[in-house]
Write a protein that binds this ligand. Structure first.
Ligand code: TPP
Length: 631
């Protein structure tokens, strides 16, 4: 901390008031260096956080988070806020197991007024706080800070709609517009913001009209046109959409000028009704690699501070996302009906190559998971073959649409569910552990999970050609196994008997199949000989194989990277119970609590899900007979 002249002397935001303007400017630079230093070691959302350093300081100069409520949308940009509230030292533990979270988190600090991680919740949460305060006769401020990307989501508009109607005072929305979502932002709202910023709305037609009028009718026509133009300009007041919704729109203003921001924040304190301040910032501001490459620097793994290059060792083995993306491109070359959809996760979902090769068949719909599902349904009605890529955690947003608009309508859409299972440092808001449980109860859906890269390719091919609603879930990180060139259809509902042993059977799904094979190797050294099944279909199950296993094995263990409650193992228990078997069964997976953030290896170790711990637990349960007998 000593290398930071001003920051080292600051205990929290209250000290900001004792600093000169020059010191405050210097502090902004020091906070930047600190964020760069820590994220270079721990990884994290560096670009979004560097973009709001000045905005954060200005907010903390004008509002007091001990009285006022400050709600950061997503919370991934709140690093300076954490540093300036009560987490300057703890910031060094960013995203570490037991360290501070990469998002805002109510439990972490009294200054984090709402927890987040998923997008576009800030307006709704802040409005709830405002109304709550009104009912309590508390007239402190509520401020929500939301990005232009997050503003593309339906929930943001639901919040605006409700706020415009309720018309609360002391309710401020700051639109932090850096023209980027993770990728460059998309959609009509983005175009609208862009028009406001560049203020070029009438430039082109105006110039063309002027030239034409001058040619045809001379100068007098030009002056009539000028009048018309002024009238037309009135129709395009910047921010008119927000004005029409009942907000006072202010902006666009420079989000890197601390003192003009503060002035604006002070000025609005005299105004009534809800206010929206449109602030323009630069993602990655002040760190050249991040400014030049905002997409990569949206969220980074640890990197070299000087060069900006990631420090991760390169492996030749592709990630699951890459295997998916490349397989989809190969299949799309053969079948023109294949279209790909992403709700704002083009890079993470492995769809960059697809978007470049098939721009007309690629749709980034913005942060709009609900719309994405129904939109895919519409495409399916027209006979196209939509492949809709979700992160497991964000699919939660599209749940009703999957039930109501896809499954009930029996529409053939492939759900490519990436980041299934634990995801590591992003923590509980991002672990993709619920999808098996929440999809399994829906009729008309097939749920699959590949054990390795080739099986992912084959399941994708099977799904696209199945004519059904077909989900494929696969984890974060590097995929296992070799890739063959050709695609092969897999019989829907078929499991794979990988190893035939006796007495005990391990039924594993997805990433846990290879782990089960490791468990088997360990157990073999202890004289046990388990049967290993690749349960690549979670729904429907291979009941023929399951009957055989249940008749020939007394002890059944299930393994999955999802919640135990209602998960794959539960479906095996249901089958055992429904069919009056008497087997002993134990389920391994995610217990009934939210799992903290931290490296996946650490989390799995703590949860007893490493091969060694699983083998030990199996041995132990065989010894002490701590089994559940179902029947
Ligand atoms: C519901 C949901 N979908 C997707 C994401 C992934 N995501 C995290 S940040 C982000 C972009 C947000 O853009 P913006 O709001 O403009 O903030 P910026 O990062 O540009 O500051 C996305 C899509 C998410 N957090 N939540």
């Amino acid at each position: 901390m000593n290398e930071y002249k001003i920051l080292s002397k600051i205990n929290n935001y209250k000290d900001l008031h004792n600093l000169s303007q020059d010191d405050i400017k210097q502090l902004a630079e020091e906070i930047r260096s600190y964020i760069i230093d820590i994220t270079s070691k721990k990884g994290g959302h560096i670009g979004p956080s560097l973009g709001v350093v000045e905005l954060t300081i200005a907010l903390l100069l004008s509002f007091d988070p001990e009285k006022d409520k400050i709600v950061w949308d997503i919370g991934h940009q709140a690093y300076s806020y954490k540093i300036l509230t009560d987490r300057k030292e703890r910031f060094k533990t960013l995203r570490e197991y037991k360290g501070i979270s990469g998002f805002t988190k109510i439990k972490e600090s009294k200054y984090d007024h709402f927890g987040a991680g998923h997008s576009s919740t800030s307006i709704s949460a802040a409005l709830g706080m405002r109304v709550g305060k009104d009912l309590k006769k508390d007239d402190n401020y509520v401020v929500a800070i939301i990005g232009d990307g997050a503003m593309t989501a339906g929930q943001a508009f639901e919040g605006l709609n409700n706020a415009g109607w309720l018309d609360p005072s002391k309710f401020v929305i700051i639109l932090n517009d850096n023209q980027m979502s993770i990728s460059p932002n998309v959609g009509a709202i983005y175009t609208y913001f862009n028009r406001i910023i560049t203020n070029k709305v009438f430039q082109k037609p105006r110039r063309a009209l002027k030239v034409a009028a001058n040619k045809l009718f001379g100068e007098s026509a030009v002056s009539v046109l000028k009048k018309l133009e002024e009238y037309a300009k009135g129709l395009f007041t910047p921010g008119i959409i927000f004005e029409e919704l009942g907000f006072k729109y202010i902006g666009p203003i420079d989000g890197h000028s601390i003192f003009s921001l503060r002035e604006t924040f002070e000025n609005i304190k005299n105004m009534q009704g809800p206010i929206l301040i449109h602030v323009i910032t630069k993602k990655g501001k002040g760190y050249k690699p991040a400014e030049e490459n905002p997409v990569s620097y949206h969220g980074m793994s640890p990197f070299d501070k000087i060069t900006g290059a990631p420090v991760k060792k390169k492996t030749n083995q592709p990630t699951w996302s890459k295997v998916f993306g490349e397989a989809l491109v190969e299949l799309a070359r053969q079948d023109k009906k294949i279209v790909a959809i992403t709700p704002a996760m083009r890079e993470g979902s492995g769809l960059v190559k697809f978007s470049q090769e098939f721009p007309d068949r690629f749709f980034d719909v913005g942060i709009a998971e609900q719309h994405a599902a129904t939109f895919a349904g519409g495409l399916a009605v027209e006979g196209l073959k939509p492949v809709l890529a979700y992160y497991s955690t964000f699919l939660q947003r599209g749940y009703d649409q999957v039930i109501h608009d896809l499954a009930l309508q029996e529409l053939p859409v492939v759900l490519a569910i990436d980041r299934a299972g634990l995801v590591g440092e992003d923590g509980p808001t991002h672990h993709g552990v619920f999808d098996i449980a929440f999809l399994r109860c829906i009729p008309n859906i097939i749920i699959s999970a590949p054990k390795d890269a080739q099986e992912l390719r084959d399941l994708l091919y099977t799904g696209i050609t199945s004519g059904k609603l077909f989900a494929i879930r696969y984890p974060r990180g590097t995929a296992y196994g070799e890739i063959k060139k050709e695609f092969k259809k897999i019989e829907i509902g078929s499991w794979e008997l990988l190893e035939e042993g006796r007495d005990i059977a391990i039924l594993a799904t997805g990433k846990y199949v290879y782990r089960a094979l490791k468990v088997k190797d360990i157990l073999k050294t202890k004289g046990l000989n388990p049967t290993i099944i690749n349960a690549r279909f979670i729904k429907p199950m291979d009941t023929k194989m399951l009957d055989y296993i249940l008749k020939t094995h007394e002890y059944i263990f299930t393994m999955e990277d999802g919640v135990i409650n209602g998960g794959f193992g539960s479906s095996v228990i249901e089958y055992i119970s429904d069919n009056k078997y008497k087997n002993n069964i134990k389920r391994f997976g995610i217990p009934d609590r939210f799992i903290e953030h931290g490296k996946i290896d650490i989390l799995e170790e703590k949860l007893g899900l490493t091969s060694e711990k699983l083998a030990l637990e199996i041995e132990k349960s065989l010894e002490d007979r701590s089994f559940k007998i179902v029947g």
